[in-house]
Design a protein around this ligand. Sequence first.
Ligand SMILES: Nc1ncnc2c1ncn2[C@@H]1O[C@H](COP(=O)(O)OP(=O)(O)OP(=O)(O)O)[C@@H](O)[C@H]1O
Ligand SMILES: [Mg+2]
Length: 244
Amino acid sequence: MSIEVRELHQHYGATRAVDGVSLTLPDDVQVLALIGPSGGGKSTFLRLVGGIETPTSGAICVDGSELPPGEAGLLEYRKKNGFLFQAFNLFPHLTALENIVLPLVQVHGWSGEKAEERAREAVKRFHLEAHLEKRPGQLSGGQQQRIALARAMAHEPALLLLDEPTSALDPEMKAGVLDLIEELCNAGQRIVLSTHEMGFARQSADHVVFLADGQVIEEGSAERVFESPGNPKVRQFLDKVMKW
Ligand SMILES: Nc1ncnc2c1ncn2[C@@H]1O[C@H](COP(=O)(O)OP(=O)(O)OP(=O)(O)O)[C@@H](O)[C@H]1O
Ligand SMILES: [Mg+2]
């Protein structure tokens, strides 16, 4: 995928969540991991790249096109992407199947029949057939997150954006969701994810961007950043989080 970011800023009042990021990803990157300390700007950067927010200033180009500035243009761009956030964000009053069908109909304008057919395929792909008719309250956290992933993938997104998709899960559930994400990586899906799962980032990402205080402290191939980080802050962070 091609992502180019120029002098990107996102300020919330006095907080500079993204503070002057410029970045050109190599074209052959398929999976990009955003890592770094809490509050460093990973989620904010992800929302900007996904077109969920308009930046304070700066430009983002994805596959050669600059993201449009207004909400109307962003809405069209956003539809092409898929999103998965830390907390499952399923509609509590709808079944798992309905949760996947609804956005296909309401956001993407599909017919109910086509949407249901695709939703059933997505559920099958993720081995969730047994949970189709359950509401989120009747599902475990890991099952909810897998349904949310099936929903994010149902319209075959150009770019899948994952914001700490496993941080709310216990270890066993985490493994199940990471397996699915890995499967998507192997199937060629283009993914940008923020994660504190360093082992997973090391294994699945091609490229890593380390964000701290809203700035890129280091970036490079996953292998290079994990094996021989140049910046002492990155080394310290990795030493600390890889220890356990
Ligand atoms: N909508 C918002 N309004 C105000 N401040 C915000 C908003 N979103 C993020 N921030 C602030 O911007 C900074 C960066 O936050 P962000 O959520 O991007 O960090 P992060 O790297 O994702 O952290 P974590 O690893 O804990 O998820 C933080 O100081 C945060 O408090
Ligand atoms: Mg975050």
